[in-house]
Write a protein that binds this ligand. Structure first.
Ligand code: NAD
Ligand code: UGA
Length: 449
């Protein structure tokens, strides 16, 4: 049993704290947000994440997990301090490191003995050295410490499961002994452990996110071509995915990647490259393709339902992905904003993200369920692939709509089944779904010569 402090109780921090407590360690989780800490002490979580509430409750009851706003209290016995604060997008796409800096300064002021500081936040290459420098220059008296980078690879919506079953653990430090100690903490997770230097570990995180974002933009580009040529991108992805060198995951074409990480991390990596005089051409294309998805969705909606003025458009889903209430960089909010700007009346339903979305976009009308959303609508747009949308009574939805236009931004339905119900249906990159391009496709033009 080790004594750990986790700084920041957001998606990464709370999961890390609960996860390490569940592995038998004593964890104090700290946040400067007093309301979050007050609520956590009452068992109220600041985020929606499947399974997390139960693990938090169990470990609090067992005395292995506590919450505080005091750095002195959190660091009084800690041997390890994890930094898991936000690193949002700053000016020109650069990562904003103010929270990391504040955390490092506070650690220095409050640490009371030797400490291993582990950075879990996604930070630009070189930040570990900078954090070391901040701690050294703010220590009131000389104390031994080391900085280890341990990037986090969890996904929202399956964060706890990902934390407990990681594909790998990456550790980077100039202090090999410290990295080995951090490796010991991770051994119960039974994943391969890669130990490298600080900068390489920091780069592994950005390269991983950029690669996944690239896969998404790649398949979205293929989807565009499929639409024009009458091929089905879902089957293309399946056919490609059996090749182990390619893999089926992250080849879901749709309305593009959102969330608090891919958009900012691809930008931050491109920024790092540009600052060094390198030309991040591929990253730029990945971002451009993703940006273009919004225009594409609007075109699909307009081509089915006509000009937006006075049209009632319903959005199925607001969260940037299923199983989370996170709406940071959610495509739904961008689509809603664009539609409202063009005169449409926009309403939405999401199983958990409506409160957060209403705060971000107060003009968006919320509906209590998908059927209320469908009533009198001119078009429905699937924006988030929540499981509950896959099992809707679509005949009932069809009857409730004023005009049965269905734009499936996540390809969760089968085109033929939707047409059989009577919808005018448009998926993404599904060339034979009756889209204009496919319908107009001259047979001889599509045939290889
Ligand atoms: P978040 O915004 O959900 O939570 C950050 C928390 O840090 C907030 O509760 C905030 O109050 C707290 N905080 C800010 N400054 C602080 C300080 N000085 N001292 C103590 N607490 C402070 O952030 P998140 O989504 O958990 O992301 C954290 C980091 O992890 C980011 O760098 C992100 O890129 C990275 N990451 C996120 C995910 C994810 O799925 N969200 C996955 C992998 C990596
Ligand atoms: C992503 C990575 O998957 C995690 O490994 C990483 O730790 C995390 O970012 C991070 O650094 O924060 P997350 O953003 O939670 O996790 O969710 P993903 O499942 O990766 O989805 C991101 C976005 O891509 C979503 O908008 C999703 O709808 C979209 N996506 C995903 C697609 O459009 N197609 C796909 O095939 C997969």
């Amino acid at each position: 049993m080790k004594d750990l402090c986790v700084i920041g109780v957001g998606y990464v921090g709370l999961v890390t704290a609960a996860g390490f407590a569940d592995l038998g360690n004593r964890v104090t989780a700290l946040d400067i947000n007093e309301e979050r800490v007050r609520n956590l002490r009452k068992g109220i979580l600041p985020i929606y994440e499947p399974g997390l509430e139960e693990v938090v409750r169990r470990n609090v009851q067992a005395g292995r997990l506590a919450f505080t706003t005091s750095y002195d209290e959190a660091l009084s016995k800690a041997e390890f301090a994890f930094i898991a604060v936000g690193t949002p997008e700053g000016v020109d796409g650069e990562a904003d490191l103010r929270y990391v800096r504040d955390a490092a300064e506070s650690i220095a002021r409050s640490m009371q003995g030797p400490l291993i500081v582990i950075n879990k936040s996604t930070v630009p290459v070189g930040t570990g050295d900078w954090v070391s420098e901040i701690i050294r220059s703010h220590l009131p008296k000389p104390l031994r410490f080391a900085v280890v980078s341990c990037p986090e690879f969890l996904r929202e919506g399956s964060a706890l499961a990902d934390f407990l079953n990681p594909a790998r653990t990456v550790l980077g430090s100039m202090d090999h002994e410290a990295a080995e100690k951090v490796a010991q903490l991770h051994i119960p997770l039974r994943a391969p452990i890669v130990i490298t230097d600080l900068r390489t570990a920091e780069m592994i995180k950005y390269a991983s996110n950029a690669f996944l974002a690239t896969k998404i933009s790649f398949i979205n580009e293929i989807a565009n071509i499929c639409e024009a040529l009458g091929a089905d991108v879902k089957e293309v992805a399946t056919g490609m995915g059996y090749d182990p060198r390619i893999g089926r995951q992250f080849l879901e074409a749709g309305i593009g990647y959102g969330g608090s990480c891919f958009p900012k991390d691809v930008k931050a990596l491109a920024h790092m490259a540009s600052v060094q005089g390198r030309n991040p051409q591929l990253l730029q294309a990945v971002m451009d393709i993703n940006e273009d998805r919004m225009r594409m969705v609007l075109e699909h909606i307009e081509s089915l339902s006509g000009p937006f003025g006075r049209k009632d458009i319903g959005l199925l889903g607001l969260a940037f992905k299923p199983n989370t209430d996170d709406i940071r960089e959610a495509p739904a909010l961008k689509i809603a904003g664009l539609l409202l700007g063009r005169g449409a009346a926009v309403r939405a339903y999401d199983p958990v993200a409506m409160d957060a979305a209403a705060r971000a976009l107060p003009t968006l009308r919320m509906c209590p369920d998908p059927y209320a959303l469908a009533e009198g609508a001119d078009a429905l747009v699937v924006v988030t692939d929540w499981n509950e949308f896959k099992q809707l009574d679509l005949s009932r939805i069809h009857k409730l709509m004023r005009t049965p236009n269905l734009i499936d931004g996540r390809n969760i339905y089968e085109p033929e089944e939707m047409k059989a119900i009577g919808f005018r249906y448009r998926g993404i990159g599904r060339g034979y779904d009756g889209s204009d391009a496919a319908a107009k496709r001259p047979a001889d033009k599509a045939r290889p010569r």
